[in-house]
Write a protein that binds this ligand. Structure first.
Ligand code: ZN
Length: 292
């Protein structure tokens, strides 16, 4: 297992971690400058941040600073209520894929979607099995295009509390079942993003990480689970402030050969988003050394 205590060579910052500091959007190009100034070598930006900064300008900034992208957030949201929705989902995912290629991301992260309409407050139906079928279809279609472009797809299972609104794939086992169904040859085109926040509780986690193996382990996202958690989406903790044994999970993925970045991804309305962005980045570096 790699020793992270002396440097932060393998720290990546998911840029949502510092997206909105003290009520002000922190522009992506400024985030990139602040990361580079601290010797951070990788980021994982969100599409809305890239669109606001401009794709070409983001590509330039990433290249000029010699940064890597540990992933691109995100594609997915494959479930739909009608044919127009189905086409819109496909078109949007193709755009996400092309942006990921322009940015030379390590993978396109997929948050697969829940019941159609639920995120907007009104689910079109209650058939989660049907939603999962649409997800399988959506990933299959996107996978063909992803293979053509050489851009790996990383399915991110989300904690079951998000099953209705955001993702009906909720365990690593489910995600790997889909990988096996669509990419039986383990070509490297399809894998998973392991986010400790979503999977730390799962008794099958160590066995499923072994099952994934290095060719399916495309990304590792870290933060912490606070007790109590006051918001289901935006109360993620800084590493070391909660109950997740992050180093244990990292040891499991590294035992399989994973040698990529640990990507810090913290959504925190009342704590970390209320602070100066530079302070948050400095804290990420420190906790990455101590707790990851
Ligand atoms: Zn994540």
């Amino acid at each position: 297992m790699r020793d992270f205590s002396a440097d932060h060579r393998w720290l990546s910052i998911n840029t949502a971690t510092v997206r909105r500091q003290r009520g002000q959007d922190w522009a992506l190009l400024e985030i990139i400058d602040a990361c580079a100034a601290r010797g951070i070598r990788a980021i994982s930006p969100w599409r809305d941040q890239v669109h606001a900064a401009g794709l070409a300008a983001t590509v330039r900034a990433v290249r000029d600073h010699g940064l890597e992208l540990s992933g691109y957030c995100r594609g997915g949201m494959f479930t739909y209520a009608d044919n127009a929705g189905r086409q819109a989902v496909r078109d949007d995912n193709l755009r996400a894929l092309d942006e990921a290629c322009e940015l030379a991301a390590a993978c396109l992260v997929l948050v697969v979607g829940g019941l159609p309409g639920a995120l907007a407050g009104r689910a079109a139906h209650k058939d989660i099995a049907a939603a999962r079928e649409q997800v399988a279809e959506g990933v299959a279609v996107l996978l063909e295009e992803a293979r053509r472009r050489g851009m790996p797809l990383a399915i991110e299972p989300l904690h079951p509390m998000y099953a209705a609104e955001r993702a009906c794939i909720n365990t690593l086992e489910q995600a790997l079942d889909l990988c096996d169904a669509l990419d039986a040859g383990r070509t490297g085109a399809l894998g998973v993003a392991v986010d400790v926040y979503h999977v730390w509780w799962d008794p099958k986690l160590p066995a499923q990480i072994v099952r994934a193996g290095s060719d399916r382990l495309l990304a590792l996202h870290v933060c912490d689970w606070l007790t109590p958690t006051t918001d289901l989406l935006n109360d993620r903790g800084m590493m070391g402030d909660g109950v997740i044994d992050i180093r244990q999970i990292r040891s499991w993925v590294e035992a399989q050969g994973f040698a990529g970045y640990s990507e810090v991804e913290i959504f925190s309305t009342t704590n970390w988003w209320q602070r100066d962005g530079g302070e948050v980045l400095d804290t990420c570096i420190q906790r990455h050394r101590q707790c990851v």
